[in-house]
Design a protein around this ligand. Structure first.
Ligand code: NDP
Length: 346
């Protein structure tokens, strides 16, 4: 039986944002948890992942996934510990990862959780939300499968200090490419070059950003791993080489826009570049397109992380109540590394 005194704290979607989300779009609620039924586990959230895709779930515009309904718990991946179990496969103390949402506890029937896919000896279970989790797998699959990296080529990736971009550039270096990052501000750019080992990193807020990017890519761009869109994409297009590949992963620069970007006059010029340079551009959604390839990703990434060939940085925020502000900051570039909320002690 679950402890009747166990209270769950959870953030529900209070209203849909217009433009950038505000704290008023979220509501903190408390509820007593019911007793477990056969086949269920009681989970205590240790780390909650905050990711850009959550902005899409707050909106009811048509998308690849259903929106969170008003009054529903905010969707989100988390690492949790099994507190009580009436499920044959899970035992108290087990660490699991799954889509359990923005809450301190949850009850699962086992279908939305898996045992944490991290070998022992690695520093924190929160890695299952970053470098060894969904963002790391997004980086690896998009780069390897769509990017088709070849030694000596030049790769550009934006949001380069973040969860996805940092892994993209480091894997590109392992594969023998020139890796050029784009990031917001001098501190992030310094980290991308000095700590992560990219060849260069350009601040997208610099007034001469496009010129600096061109200088950093003297042989043009063979792979542009698209995380942001907006003015970064505009600066990249003229530098694309024939047969360039663009894994279209995310467009965070537009996530807070309440209307689709205008400007059909830009489209013919872009289409001409795509045609004349025979550019291959392909969108993907990591779990829809590569959900069955997690073992391949884990067996490639774990040795790189162990050997220090792929480094990672986490931006850890303390306490579930901080989640809305931290998430709002993610969409403004205020995070520095993979953003996770520490909800309870390991
Ligand atoms: P990050 O950890 O990189 O954090 C987001 C970063 O985006 C910010 O720190 C900021 O970096 C940058 N950013 C925010 N707003 C803007 C803006 N207006 N213009 C330019 N840059 C901006 O996030 P993730 O690594 O988790 O995600 C990166 C991208 O990958 C997102 O677009 C996300 O939606 C996408 N994604 C797609 C998946 C898929 O299956 N297709 C799966 C996972 C992620 P800076 O300060 O350096 O600009």
């Amino acid at each position: 039986m679950s402890d009747p005194l166990t209270l769950n704290q959870r953030f529900v979607l209070a209203s849909r944002p217009v433009g950038a989300p505000t704290p008023e779009n979220f509501r903190l609620e408390r509820e007593a948890l019911p007793d477990l039924e056969d086949g269920q586990v009681l989970l205590k959230t240790l780390y909650l992942s905050l990711d850009p895709y959550m902005r899409g779930r707050m909106s009811d515009a048509p998308s690849y996934a259903a929106p969170v309904q008003i009054g529903e718990v905010m969707t989100g991946g988390a690492v949790s510990r099994v507190e009580q179990s009436r499920h044959p496969k899970f035992h108290p103390g087990d660490l699991v990862v799954g889509a359990t949402g923005w809450q301190s506890h949850s009850i699962s029937d086992g279908r939305n959780i898996i045992p944490i896919p991290i070998p022992s000896g690695l520093p924190s279970p929160s890695m299952a939300l970053g470098v060894l989790g969904m963002p790391g797998m997004t980086a690896y699959m998009g780069l390897m499968d769509i990017g088709q990296p070849k030694e000596g080529e030049t790769l550009v990736v934006a949001a380069a200090s973040g969860a996805v971009g940092s892994v993209v550039g480091q894997v590109a270096k392992i594969k023998g490419l020139r890796a050029v990052g784009v990031a917001g501000g001098a501190e992030k750019c310094k980290y991308v070059v000095e700590e992560l080992g990219f060849d260069a990193c350009i601040d997208h807020k610099a007034p001469d950003f496009a010129e600096q990017l061109a200088k950093a890519c003297p042989n043009g761009i063979d792979i542009y791993y698209e995380n942001v869109g907006g003015h970064v994409f505009d600066a990249v297009v003229p530098l694309l080489n024939p047969k360039a590949r663009i894994p279209l992963c995310g467009l965070i620069a537009g996530y807070n826009a309440s209307e689709a970007p205008k400007g059909p006059d830009r489209l013919p010029a872009l289409q001409r570049t795509l045609l004349t340079k025979r550019v291959r551009i392909q969108g993907f959604i990591v779990f829809d397109d590569y959900g069955d390839r997690q073992p391949e990703f884990i067996s490639a990434m774990v040795p790189w992380v162990r050997d220090g060939k792929v480094k990672f940085r986490e931006d850890v925020v303390d306490g579930l109540e901080q989640a809305p502000q931290a998430f709002i900051g993610l969409l403004e570039g205020r995070n520095f590394g993979k953003l996770v909320v520490k909800v309870a002690q390991d």
